[in-house]
Ligand binder design. Structure first.
Ligand code: FES
Length: 166
């Protein structure tokens, strides 16, 4: 009895469902909880949102252009992955600002229109990027907006993974 009293203070929701007739081996299951949960619908996949899409072009150092449909709100790393754009070693740290392999070069006019300025962390990582230019940014930090339709970004001629330089 003293044990149940202790549980009452620690986990009162579960303690409410304990009765003396229930098995002592599985004390924390109750019909109340199961009934509650069977009425709810769970899904392991994320909901499909109808995001507006724009077209973004990725141009390599040989002038080869790859076309991507980019969902507004996604970053350019997501766009590369979702469209299976073939860029060697791109996005090695999966957007955690630790590698600089998602380095992209923007045209000056597009660079100036980017809504977000680079953070100090992005600038630090850009310093380690291959072929850095004044209009360089990290793709994982660039969120696609509606007015980016037709955007053309340059893929640098090489890749440097900042994690390998330390
Ligand atoms: S994916 Fe590594 S810094 Fe962008």
């Amino acid at each position: 009895m003293a044990r149940v009293s202790t549980l009452w203070f620690i986990i009162p929701r579960f303690a409410l469902n304990l009765t003396r007739s229930e098995s002592t081996t599985v004390p924390f299951t109750s019909k109340k909880v199961v009934t509650c949960c069977t009425n709810r619908k769970f899904s392991s996949t994320s909901p499909k949102l109808n995001k507006e899409k724009v077209t973004v072009y990725f141009v390599d150092s040989h002038g080869n252009k790859q076309t991507a449909k980019a969902s507004v709100g996604n970053n350019l790393l997501d766009v590369v992955v979702e469209n299976e754009i073939d860029i060697d070693g791109f996005g090695a740290c999966e957007g955690t600002l630790a590698c600089s392999t998602c380095h992209l070069i923007f045209k000056k006019k597009d660079f100036d229109k980017l809504p977000e300025k680079p953070s100090d962390e992005e600038l630090d990582m850009l310093d380690l990027a291959y072929g850095l230019k004044e209009t360089s940014r990290l793709g994982c930090q660039i969120v696609v907006t509606k007015d980016m339709d037709g955007l053309e970004v340059e893929i640098p001629g090489g890749v440097a993974d900042a994690r390998e330089s330390s």
